[in-house]
Design a protein around this ligand. Structure first.
Ligand code: NAI
Ligand code: MG
Length: 353
């Protein structure tokens, strides 16, 4: 029996509605793979911020440091600035736990139309650098309120940081179809991006089984729309990867199904698993959030904890629901509630035994 303790942070809005779906799926596969999940739930959220002035307690990170993984629903509330929820919770977890890989798989499932023509069989993964790059704290604002007011923000790229993300992406490409695409902008951003290109090329050369293509981010966005089937693994800096992965999620039929993992590959710290979507205040509380993003994210958690077979069963059940049934939440054109959709996935999981 494998026992895993999961730190659950349902968060705000639909985060609270999709997290139970993910747990139900985890528990259903666990029982037949000799796995037992124990959950410790934390109320860290914008709701907590509004009540106490902090997204999480001062010793928050210490409380979850020893867990095997973290599952986060979504955080965000209309009355709380987004930088508060991001810098008060998500970014400290990603940085302090050295979750330098943000992994975002994209697949076009049969039965779930892409907004694009000819997108059948699209299956690629964005590997986003998650702790440095453009999202740095280096900089400041000066002369506030005067005509000469200025704001400076430095992008930070380190050899260690680019090397490890490139190595991760190369190893992933080697396990998949062997094609790596690196997102760059070395024609316009003349210091950091040529450095990124050099280090990525160096690491790709050390993986002869992987072919490397380099694309400027603007052209790459166009290609992801015009010919998404050509991609296998895309490695990108923090900002480029953030934008690309939302674009790619749209290509695959919507943000409601997109999963993400924030990984500490060395496993010195817990990794964090979160659907790509936010707290969706526009539909929160109505019980119609699409739980697929959270369920697919649960599959990534299973895979990370060494249960590849269980993860594959979850993905098979998801694909079967989309291919063989008309059960869909409203974002995908249906009328099913979160609970109905989750029950349908659980029923197919039962069949996948
Ligand atoms: P969002 O992802 O919450 O919503 C965008 C649109 O997609 C909305 O119309 C929403 O109803 C729909 N949508 C998203 N997920 C869905 C699902 N599972 N099922 C059905 N429909 C879904 O992004 P938005 O509106 O930009 O942000 C709302 C709040 O969430 C903000 O406070 C933002 O900061 C936060 N946010 C948090 C994230 C996180 O926790 N990692 C990520 C993105 C946004
Ligand atoms: Mg984003």
């Amino acid at each position: 029996m494998h026992s895993h303790r999961i730190a659950l942070i349902p968060g705000d809005g639909i985060g609270r509605e999709v997290t139970p779906a993910a747990c139900a799926v985890l528990d259903a596969v666990a029982s037949r793979h000799g796995i037992r999940f124990g959950y410790d739930e934390f109320d860290w959220s914008c709701t907590r911020y509004e009540a106490t002035g902090a997204m999480m307690p001062d010793d928050g990170l210490d409380r979850i440091r020893a867990h095997d993984a973290i599952f986060l629903g979504a955080v965000g509330a209309p009355g709380v600035p987004d930088h508060v929820s991001l810098w008060g919770l998500l970014i400290p977890i990603r940085r302090q736990f050295r979750q330098y890989v943000n992994l975002r798989p994209i697949r076009v499932f049969p039965g779930l139309p892409s907004p694009l023509r000819d997108a059948d069989g699209v299956d690629f993964t964005v590997v986003r650098e998650n702790v440095e790059g453009e999202y740095s704290e280096v900089g400041g604002r000066f002369g506030t309120g005067f005509g000469e007011e200025l704001a400076v923000q430095e992008a930070v790229f380190t050899r260690a940081g680019v090397t490890r993300i490139a190595d991760y992406a190369c190893a992933l490409a080697a396990r998949r179809r062997g094609h790596l695409t690196s997102a760059t902008k070395s024609n316009g951003i003349v210091h950091t991006m040529p450095f990124w290109d050099e280090v990525v090329a160096e690491r790709a050369a050390a993986h002869p089984e992987v072919s490397l293509a380099r694309e400027h981010i603007d052209a790459l966005c166009a290609k992801v729309v015009l010919d998404p089937g050509r991609f296998d693994v895309i490695v990108a800096s923090n900002l480029f990867g953030d934008i690309l992965s939302d674009l790619a999620a749209a290509v695959a039929g919507g943000i409601g199904i997109a999963p993400a993992a924030n990984l500490n590959p060395e496993r010195e710290f817990p990794s964090m698993f979160e659907p790509v979507h936010g707290s969706a205040p526009d539909i929160a509380g109505t019980g119609v959030a699409n739980p697929l993003g959270a369920i697919w994210t649960a599959a990534m958690l299973l895979d990370h904890l060494g249960h590849a077979e269980a993860a594959a069963e979850v993905e098979t059940a998801m694909a079967a629901v989309l291919a063989r049934t008309a059960v869909r939440t409203p974002d995908l054109g249906g009328t099913a509630s979160t609970a109905e959709f989750t029950r349908t996935v659980l029923a197919h999981l039962e069949e996948a035994k």
